[in-house]
Design a protein around this ligand. Structure first.
Ligand code: ADP
Length: 275
């Protein structure tokens, strides 16, 4: 009875993030994402995680978020699917305020791979096709190939029909990351948000994945934001680099803009890393 009470308490809890009355659908499939004067503080924290953020991620472009840990990069990604509401300022996607959009519609346009990858206690195939139930076996395999996951998945005891177990315990961190990227590839998303997508991969796989991610982005004209600690990767992969520190954007520009201005924190970080 004690357990049942707790379960029902949980089921009765209303989500903090709800649809607005008359919430609309996102109808722009080539959306630009615009942050205007955004301030954000986590409930559990006294300090602001984001401070007066103004920023545009143009549709069809790759934006890299770089900068030291705790700078606010993951928070920027988490606000776009509205995992949290901002305290002030607006976030628009395709020119529509995300608070006026239905969560279902907003999130159906977005694929996100966070650092904490969720795997379901089901088969590999179901895990990859989680957001695209109509995906065929061929779609699933093509996505896994693009995500450099096909070889190890095909070698599992039952191949794509192998159960991954609770939280994907039978896969390594890098393998889970690749399955999560395959899940994004199947979705063909309008907006792709990746938190350190290549962090757990070795050099060869990183090179493969860079090419595949660029190809995915170009094929679907995806608005692509990703976090990286590798500044040379940011230079190669992105149209725009945003340097974040202490909840602010210190600089936003193309790799050329930032790299050829030696006084910039971006280059200071780059040189620091090389040393
Ligand atoms: P980054 O991705 O650049 O490492 P984060 O966006 O994760 O930075 O964190 C920004 C700030 O918000 C940090 O000070 C961090 O401690 C804080 N923070 C992040 N997540 C939470 C949370 N769930 N609750 C409270 N504070 C958080």
């Amino acid at each position: 009875l004690g357990s049942a009470e707790r379960v029902f308490d949980m089921m009765d809890t209303l989500p903090a993030i709800q649809d607005a009355e008359n919430a609309r659908n996102l109808n722009d499939t080539k959306p630009e994402i615009a942050f205007t004067d955004v301030n954000f503080k986590y409930q559990e924290s006294d300090a602001r995680a984001l401070n007066q953020i103004n920023f545009i991620a143009r549709h069809g472009q790759v934006t890299a978020l770089v900068g030291p840990s705790g700078g606010g990069k993951s928070t920027v990604l988490n606000l776009i699917p509205r995992f949290y509401n901002t305290q002030s300022g607006t976030i628009e996607i395709g020119g529509q305020d995300i608070r006026q959009l239905s969560l279902k519609s907003l999130r159906s346009h977005i694929a996100l791979v966070s650092q904490d990858i969720t795997m379901f206690d089901d088969t590999i195939a179901t895990n990859i096709a989680y957001g695209a139930p109509n995906a065929t076996q061929e779609d699933i395999i093509n996505a896994a190939k693009a995500a450099a996951a096909h070889d190890f998945l095909a070698a599992l005891p039952q191949g794509y029909d192998t159960y991954v177990g609770e939280r994907g315990l039978m896969l390594s961190g890098g393998q889970k990351q690749r399955v999560a990227i395959a899940r994004c590839m199947v979705l063909e998303p309008d907006v792709l948000l990746l938190d350190e997508p290549l962090g757990a991969l070795d050099l060869k796989l990183r090179e493969h994945m860079k090419i595949e991610l660029k190809a995915l982005q170009a094929a679907f004209d995806t608005t692509f934001l990703y976090i990286t600690h590798d500044q040379s990767e940011a230079l190669v992969m992105s149209d725009q680099i945003a340097v974040m520190n202490a909840g602010r954007f210190e600089q936003v520009g193309t790799g050329q803009d930032l790299y050829y201005r030696p006084e910039t924190p971006f280059v200071a970080g780059f040189i620091g890393e090389a040393n």
